[in-house]
Design a protein around this ligand. Structure first.
Ligand SMILES: C[S@@+](CC[C@H](N)C(=O)[O-])C[C@H]1O[C@@H](n2cnc3c(N)ncnc32)[C@H](O)[C@@H]1O
Length: 252
């Protein structure tokens, strides 16, 4: 781990993992502002002035943009575009507030609603672990276009997130962005209903709940190893209540 003062970008790969958290990747420059995540570079992803322009071939930014305030999202994308070579790709994962809303509407129980609110607002165990923004496909498309990216792939993930791959372009059509090209699955309201030939134990609903539960389980394990003592009580409490809720949902 190094801070920006003693940092030479050329000592590191030309791929960046922005807001790496627990997902420390080989072959990437792992960046996070929480040093307990042991990133290669401790830095705020809103201002990466210590990194060169037009240098990187790939940026991974999974579950990070929503941790910035809404007004910071577009400037952050512009800053990340600065780092990429033309043709370089960004792999983004963000929450899809419409997907969250559809999942909330599916089940009228307090436990289920709390589970989804947890997903929407973050675990809230430490600074940087709160969600301040969310996205729809439209807002994500608009922000990426305005930052100079061309979207090559955009798809729903676990019904409440969007995975998106976009390429830095220097030939973007300056005309108005076509506003809607939603993938059918993004809008399908009932895709997690069991299909006719699905077995009772293999419904997409449990798959979704398990996927969310697994995600927070692995965050809980990683967090219990890494979080400094000051944060531990808060982190344990937040994760315990999250895990309890997921356990109850899984048993239904
Ligand atoms: C939910 S975690 C995602 C971690 C990882 N990308 C993954 O997919 O598992 C969000 C991470 O972003 C980091 N983060 C949030 N705001 C940040 C900022 N302004 N600068 C640097 N890191 C930030 C947090 O410390 C946290 O590690």
């Amino acid at each position: 781990m190094t801070d920006s003062k003693s940092f030479d970008p050329l000592d590191f790969p030309d791929r960046i993992n922005i807001g790496c958290g627990f997902d420390h990747r080989d072959g990437y420059l792992n960046v996070d502002f929480q040093d307990f995540h042991d990133p290669d570079l401790v830095a705020d992803v809103r201002d990466l002035a210590m990194l060169p322009s037009d240098h990187y071939t790939e940026i991974v930014a999974q579950d990070v943009l929503e941790h910035l305030e809404r007004a910071e999202v577009d400037p952050a994308l512009v800053e990340w575009a600065r780092l990429l070579k033309t043709g370089g790709q960004i792999f983004l994962r963000v929450p899809d507030i419409m997907g969250v809303a559809r999942l909330i509407a599916r089940e009228a129980t307090v436990e289920h609603h709390r589970t989804m609110l947890h997903a929407l607002f973050g675990t809230q165990a430490y600074n940087g672990d709160y969600h301040h923004a969310s996205f729809t496909e439209l807002t994500l498309r608009r922000s990426l276009h305005d930052a100079g990216f061309e979207i090559s792939d955009l798809r729903p993930r676990d019904q409440w997130m969007i995975d998106c791959v976009a390429t830095k372009s220097d030939t973007l059509d300056p005309g108005p962005l076509p506003l809607l090209s939603l993938e059918p699955e993004v809008l399908a309201p009932d895709q997690s209903e069991p299909s006719e030939d699905a077995s009772p134990d293999d419904t997409p609903k449990s798959t979704t709940t398990d996927a969310i539960a697994e995600r927070f389980e692995s965050a809980a394990t990683a967090l219990s190893r890494r979080v400094p003592d000051d944060f531990k009580d808060k982190a344990r409490g937040a994760l315990r209540s999250g895990r309890d809720r997921f356990e109850k949902l899984r048993k239904r």
